[in-house]
Design a protein around this ligand. Structure first.
Ligand SMILES: NC(=O)c1ccc[n+]([C@@H]2O[C@H](COP(=O)([O-])OP(=O)(O)OC[C@H]3O[C@@H](n4cnc5c(N)ncnc54)[C@H](O)[C@@H]3O)[C@@H](O)[C@H]2O)c1
Ligand SMILES: CC(C)[C@H](C(=O)O)[C@@H](O)C(=O)O
Ligand SMILES: [Mg+2]
Length: 357
């Protein structure tokens, strides 16, 4: 049966990198019998400019009807002064909440060809393959109350609330334990249980779920230590499970171990593995429109889509092998460029991956 993919390019470099992932999917459709149809819709600031809303009804409807969503990135300084409800980022959070995408998988894998692009020494990072499972629909991102209030003395005060219910922790913990079971059977739960009640409950629930996974080696780490350990000795980790805000921060940090934030894909899944796929990076206003953004994170997100939602693991492998081949050829966008390699633009990189297929 033909699967429907909603393509939401978004803002900044979003359309540039999504075009290359679409190119790769098209190649699979024409050459390898992948049965998909793609429909594009605006999201984020681009959608606001067209429809006065960052997540128009038609876009949300398309995303809900589709089997999977491929998203570029949203945001940009020109929309930063809008009321919060109308900002591009709100569309992304809205999609995650509306589609109930509570489990965000962010693999940080070092391609051996990029060892010298990593911020860490080759011996510390060689062979790095870790998976961050980030909870995506709870935490301080969605917790109430939130806002800005004026105190009796006239001073204004901003406030947000970190909230996790047991069922929210339990379901993402199960995703992480299951992932660990398919990998090296090690799970590290990251929180701040020495200070935060939310984190104390998080740890309790993870320990309870662990009883169903006696084959998994579970550890717990405070987030400050985890941030340090990631740059000290990242290979101690197999799977990390953590909350929304800690996962956001740690995954950007982990990206640099692989050479660039332009290398990290993600899958955001609901309980039936329906999902939204996007690079972890943003709209990169500093390089938008220049044709220099690294499209590999988005291309690798398309591979995750094939693996998790479209049930085409063989084609997912093919994309990942094609990416590796292009890196073997020495092609590099500016963010992963090192001495002795050849500088390529966004389009050139996408063309090379499609050709390598
Ligand atoms: N998922 C998303 O849509 C998403 C994620 C993060 C940030 N944002 C939004 O994007 C805007 C910019 O945020 P930011 O600057 O903090 O983060 P960013 O990820 O957009 O950029 C951070 C730095 O990384 C570089 N970079 C990012 N992606 C790259 C790529 N593919 N190739 C090469 N270099 C790349 C950028 O040039 C920049 O120097 C903000 O409006 C923010 O809210 C959106
Ligand atoms: C743009 C923002 C809402 C988003 C997040 O914080 O989740 C981004 O940083 C990400 O990592 O996808
Ligand atoms: Mg982020």
């Amino acid at each position: 049966m033909t699967k429907k993919i909603a393509v939401l390019p978004g803002d900044g470099i979003g359309p540039e990198v999504v075009a290359e992932a679409v190119k790769v999917l098209e190649r699979l459709r024409r050459g390898f019998g992948l049965k998909i149809e793609m429909e594009t819709a605006p999201v984020g600031g681009t959608a606001y400019d067209m429809h006065k809303h960052p997540l128009p009804d038609a876009t949300l409807k398309l995303a809900k009807q589709a089997d999977a969503v491929l998203l570029g990135a949203v945001g940009g300084t020109q929309w930063d002064t809008l009321p919060r409800e109308l900002r591009p980022e709100k569309a992304l959070l809205g999609l995650r909440a509306e589609l109930k995408l509570f489990a965000n998988l962010r693999p940080a894998i070092l391609y051996p060809q990029l060892a010298s692009a990593s911020t860490l020494k080759p011996e510390v990072v060689a062979g790095l393959d870790l998976l961050i499972v980030r909870e995506l629909t709870g935490d301080i991102y969605f917790g109430e109350p939130r806002g800005v209030r004026t105190l009796a003395n006239g001073e204004r005060q901003g406030f947000n609330t970190m909230v996790y219910s047991e069922h929210e922790v339990e379901r993402v913990a199960r995703v992480a334990f299951e992932a660990a079971r398919k990998r090296h059977k090690k799970l590290c739960s990251v929180e701040k249980a020495n200070v935060l009640e939310t984190s104390g409950l998080w740890r309790e629930v993870v320990l309870r779920v662990a009883k169903d996974y006696p084959d998994i080696e579970l550890s717990h780490m405070y987030v400050d230590n985890a941030a340090m350990q990631l740059v000290r000795a990242p290979k101690q980790f197999d799977v990390i499970v953590t909350g929304n805000i800690f996962g956001d921060i740690l995954s950007d940090e982990a990206a640099m171990l692989t050479g660039s934030i332009g290398m990290l894909p993600s899958a955001s899944l609901d309980s039936a593995n329906k999902g939204m796929y996007e690079p972890i990076h943003g709209s990169a206003p500093d390089i938008a429109g220049k044709g220099v953004a690294n499209p590999l994170a988005t291309i690798l997100s398309a591979a995750m889509m094939l693996r998790y939602t479209l049930n085409e693991p063989r084609l997912a492998d093919k994309i990942e092998q094609a990416v590796s081949k292009v890196l073997d050829q020495g092609l590099r966008t500016g963010d992963i460029h090192t001495v002795g390699t050849q500088k390529a633009g966004t389009k050139e990189m996408g063309d090379a991956v499609a050709a390598a297929l």
